[in-house]
Structures are given as C-alpha cells and as structure tokens.
Design a protein around this ligand. Structure first.
Ligand SMILES: [Zn+2]
Ligand SMILES: [Zn+2]
Ligand SMILES: [Zn+2]
Ligand SMILES: [Zn+2]
Ligand SMILES: [Zn+2]
Length: 293
C-alpha cells in the first residue's frame, strides 16, 4: 500500500501515484506500458490477473522493472508529514528520510514496558503512563518485601503471603531433613556391614594366629625338653668322667701296680693327645684286671 496523498505538502505528480491503490508509490515498479505500482499492490494484483490493472495489456511479474531514475528522484524529494502528526509531531521531511525520522520520532508509539500491559504509549507520554499503569510494579510499602503490580496491590495481605511462603519453606526443609536422614541411615548401614565383615576377617586371623602360636609353643617345649635331656646326659657324662679319673688316680697310687705303670704312663700320654678315648682305655684295662684276678 502507498502513502496517503493527504500527508504530502504541495502538488504530487499523477505519475507518482499507484495505479492500484491510488496512493503515492511505495517501493515502486513499472510495467512495459509505463504504468507504475507499489510493489505489494502489483504482486497482489498479479496473483489473480495476467494484465495491467490500468490498460489491461498482458503483464507478468517477469515484465516488471524499476521505476525510471528521474521519477524515483522526484518521488524521493516529495515533502511528507510524519505519520504521528495526529499525536503532535510537526515534522515534515523528504520521503526518502521519513522512515528514519519515524523510527526515532518522539511521538512514535511503543508498547508499555510493564509485563501484561497492552497500552501503546509514545516517549512523550511514557513517564505519565508509568505512574498510573495498572501493571506497574512496586515494593510493598508495609515492608513484607514483595514486589506487587498495581492490580495485585488491593488484595495483597503481607501476613497471608509470608505465611504461605513460610509453609513452602517448611515443607522444603522437611523434605531436605528426610532426605539427609535417609542418606545418613544408608551410609551407617553400609558402614555397619563393612564393620561386621571386617570383624569376622579379624576373628579368622586371630584364630589362625592362635593356632600358629600354640604350634610354636609346643615346638619350643619340645626343644626345651631335648635341651634338658642333653644337658642331663652331659652332666652325667661329666660325673662319670670325674669318678673314673678319681678311681684311676687311686688305682695308679696303689702298690703292686708298678708293672702296669709303664703302660699307664703310655696310656696317659696317649690320653693327653686323645682325651675322649679315656673311657674306652679304662674299660679295656679294667677287663684285663678282672681277668688277672
Ligand atoms: Zn499501490
Ligand atoms: Zn498499463
Ligand atoms: Zn514524527
Ligand atoms: Zn502500562
Ligand atoms: Zn506486603
């Protein structure tokens, strides 16, 4: 759709009007027959027609061309009033710059920034609207800390709100406590199981060690017994040795034994070299003495 002719200051050449909407051309295209149209107008027309809306000559989208350069220049220089003129904007500028102006126009309408508010408001009147906007938010004046929209303010009850929040928190806390309790119990259970296992392992080890200890004790007893026996035998041997020596001395000092003296002396020399043979020699001599008797 084109621009309303009413918005333009001064005379607008008829060649700059759209043949479909009869307004001033917006984004213009022209047919080979030199009739000009807004881009959207002619595209919409050609959906149901295959001709020029002005003279019915055959026409398709492929035949459309940009407007002559001089006509485009004329169009760009047309003086047009801001679209927000009814709201108070007095700006008039060339058509080529009107879009740039309207985007930043002080009177342009924007949606109110409060969520839920459908009011369209210009920068010019935004501040005034925000003071009375039904959807404005403010912190509760009675000190509960809630942010309230103007619509909620009438029914707001600090005690009720805080109590509800407290209930929610309490429920959350209960859940949390239950959760922690559950976790601790399961952890304790697993530790208990672990301890029981450990205990039985230790018990087995202790039994094993007891067995080993009793074996060692009996080994030591056996060794001690053997040692005692050996020592007793040794003592007995010593006693026998001393006794024999004593007897030998007595024998040697007895008279009438001179004949054997030489032999005895020989024996003694031999004994000095080999003291262990004492008993054997003595026994031999003894037996010969017995034979002599
Ligand atoms: Zn048009
Ligand atoms: Zn035509
Ligand atoms: Zn404006
Ligand atoms: Zn609002
Ligand atoms: Zn409150």
């Amino acid at each position: 759709m084109g621009y309303d002719v009413e918005r333009f200051v001064g005379y607008v050449n008829e060649g700059l009007l759209c043949c479909v909407c009869r307004d001033v051309l917006d984004d213009p295209l022209q047919a080979p027959c030199e009739h000009a149209f807004c881009s959207t107008c002619i595209h919409t027309w050609l959906v149901n027609h295959q001709n020029c809306p002005e003279d019915r000559l055959p026409l398709s989208i492929a035949n459309l061309r940009p407007l002559y350069r001089y006509m485009r220049n004329d169009l760009a220089r047309l003086q047009v009033k801001c679209t927000y003129r009814s709201l108070g904007c007095k700006v008039i500028c060339a058509l080529e710059s009107i879009h740039r102006h309207e985007e930043q126009c002080y009177f342009a309408l924007f949606g109110c920034s409060n969520a839920g508010c459908a009011v369209k408001v210009s920068q010019h009147s935004l501040a005034a609207h925000l003071c009375v906007c039904e959807y404005r938010n403010s912190v509760c004046a009675r000190g509960c800390g809630y942010t309230l929209s103007a619509a909620d303010e009438a029914q707001h009850n600090c005690v009720f709100e805080l109590r509800a929040e407290l209930d929610v928190l309490r429920t959350e806390l209960d859940c949390k406590v239950e959760e922690v309790r559950h976790e601790m119990e399961s952890r304790l259970d697993s530790q208990r199981r672990h301890m029981v296992q450990k205990e039985s392992l230790l018990k087995n080890e202790v039994d094993e060690l007891k067995g080993q200890l009793s074996r060692v004790v009996s080994d030591v007893c056996a060794l001690l017994g053997a040692e005692r026996t050996r020592r007793q035998e040794l003592e007995k041997a010593e006693l026998e040795k001393a006794e024999l020596l004593e007897r030998l001395k007595n024998e040697v000092l007895k008279p009438g034994m001179a004949a054997t003296k030489a032999v005895t002396r020989q024996d003694e020399a031999h004994r000095k070299q080999n003291p262990n043979s004492l008993t054997l020699d003595y026994l031999k001599k003894k037996s010969s003495d017995v034979t002599a008797l």
